[in-house]
Design a protein around this ligand. Structure first.
Ligand SMILES: [Zn+2]
Ligand SMILES: [Zn+2]
Length: 136
């Protein structure tokens, strides 16, 4: 994603641009897949900044509430990622569990007779499973 003014983004969403919030949001913007709370807690920059689990959690929830992050339940784990326009599919490795964002259009779904109407464009959460490049 192009340069984003993190502080302005936070203020625009009605949040105070605290150090912790700026860090959490900028780290999530750097990822190529959604992260769980536990993943974020383990990021080096988070440990280096001395942010504990509770602080990280509160910031993730604040950012989700104002719509800067989306929260999706994947395999029973809530994962967070920046909201970047359109919904896109995800790839889940069933060996190591890594989750990557797939480009919009990597998977196409066609509504046919008998499928729920929401298949046709609705807000779907799609994930495909397989082995990632490291696990094949
Ligand atoms: Zn894997
Ligand atoms: Zn994604």
């Amino acid at each position: 994603m192009a340069d984003i003014d993190i502080r302005a983004t936070l203020r625009g969403a009605g949040l105070r641009a605290t150090k912790a919030r700026c860090l959490v949001l900028s780290l999530l913007l750097e990822q190529d897949g959604p992260l769980s709370h536990a993943d974020v807690v383990q990021l080096e920059a988070i440990t280096a900044a001395g942010l504990d689990r509770a602080v990280v959690y509160r910031n993730l929830m604040d950012l989700t509430e104002v719509g800067l992050l989306s929260r999706t339940n994947m395999d029973g784990v809530w994962r967070f990622e920046p909201v970047t326009g359109d919904a896109h599919p995800h790839f889940v490795c069933h060996d190591c569990g890594i989750v990557k964002c797939l480009p919009d259009g990597a998977i196409s779904i066609r509504a046919t007779q008998g499928t729920p109407r929401s298949l046709d464009g609705g807000s779907l959460s799609i994930s495909v499973r397989g082995l990632c490049d490291l696990c094949v």
